[in-house]
Design a protein around this ligand. Structure first.
Ligand SMILES: *[C@@H]1O[C@H](CO)[C@@H](O)[C@H](O)[C@H]1NC(C)=O
Ligand SMILES: *[C@@H]1O[C@H](CO)[C@@H](O)[C@H](O)[C@H]1NC(C)=O
Ligand SMILES: *[C@@H]1O[C@H](CO)[C@@H](O)[C@H](O)[C@H]1NC(C)=O
Length: 294
């Protein structure tokens, strides 16, 4: 998961330039229909939706002479794979959008990329980060962000710097959660770090089941954990980690993509993460980023 802002500015500039070129000479306003599929009740979905409309406002305030007007058709995928796919079908067949931005989750993108590929409508996701998604089979799928595999070498460097010999990945049982694992394990192997156990947490796990799993971790030799989870699961996990007393001296917790969203989380969740090390994508400062929404 990544903070969407920078990517979206870029994405819209790209789409608008592409759209403008389709009919540069037309003086009348020229609508260009764009579908947006996000989980609108989630933090990332809300950030995405807000950033998209800010990016459009910014673009037209600077380029008021553009005759092409983006017309957004936003659909809520309701955290559901089938709903995301049916939203895509609707947008393509009924509204005849020319491109779809989204969907949000890797599991949704796996299916929606086939829908887009079949109809030859580009699917541009800025948040689906599972490395298993690829444009090789479905060339109409475009990932406008880095995949999670880019993080694994940074994590391994931390492990090597501390001289840790064993780690346990703690991840959610989803396309997003599982996607990073083969890459992580290969990378850890290169720094001579063993993975004696993998802690996979179901998306429907109860708090009691999470606690039970944490107690199991306590009985093991390993004291270093790598958490690869989306916001809702990660927030729940860290609360429980604290309750179980596992966020204390002798234990090390490393976070993946969740780190990029820390500032947007509830203060009590941030408090429960105190002591965790995280890696996040570095977005260099630039004039464009600085002027976003001004
Ligand atoms: C631009 O739009 C006008 C009016 O709708 C149309 O006649 C013309 O063919 C379009 N040009 C291109 C390059 O699509
Ligand atoms: C709009 O105006 C800007 C600056 O005046 C110019 O650089 C740009 O090429 C124009 N774009 C179009 C589509 O006419
Ligand atoms: C995706 O579309 C391309 C081009 O139409 C086609 O060659 C390819 O087989 C499609 N992929 C899948 C998985 O259907």
């Amino acid at each position: 998961m990544e903070k969407p802002t920078g990517v979206i500015v870029f994405l819209f500039t790209f789409i608008l330039f592409a759209a403008a070129q389709r009919n540069g000479s037309n003086i009348m306003e020229n609508p260009f229909h764009v579908g947006v599929i996000l989980d609108l009740t989630t933090l990332v979905g809300k950030m995405g939706q807000t950033s998209i409309s800010m990016a459009i406002d910014d673009f037209y305030s600077i380029n008021s002479n553009y005759t092409t007007r983006l017309v957004l058709h936003t659909k809520d995928s309701g955290n559901d794979v089938v709903q995301a796919a049916s939203a895509a079908l609707d947008l393509i067949e009924k509204i005849e959008v020319q491109v779809i931005i989204g969907p949000q989750k890797s599991s949704q993108a796996a299916l929606v990329s086939y829908v887009g590929n079949k109809s030859h409508v580009p699917i541009i996701s800025f948040t689906a980060t599972s490395p298993s998604l690829s444009s090789a089979l479905t060339p109409y799928f475009v990932r406008a962000t880095f995949d999670d595999a880019v993080q694994v070498d940074s994590i391994s460097s931390i492990i090597r710097a501390y001289g840790w010999r064993e780690v346990v990945p703690v991840y959610e049982d989803s396309d997003y959660g599982r996607g990073i694992i083969p890459y992580l394990i290969d990378s850890l192997e290169q720094v001579d770090c063993r993975v004696p156990y993998r802690s996979v947490i179901s998306l429907v796990a109860t708090d009691d089941q999470i606690i039970e799993e944490l107690y199991k971790l306590m009985t093991m030799q390993t004291r270093v954990f790598i958490v690869h989870m989306s916001v809702p699961m990660g927030s729940r996990l860290f609360r429980k980690v604290n309750e179980a007393g596992l966020m204390s001296q002798g234990y090390a917790w490393i976070m993946t993509g969740l780190t990029s969203l820390v500032e947007s989380l509830d203060p009590s969740i941030i408090a429960s993460m105190q002591g965790t090390i995280g890696v996040r994508l570095y977005v260099p400062k630039s004039r464009k980023l600085d002027h976003f929404a001004r």
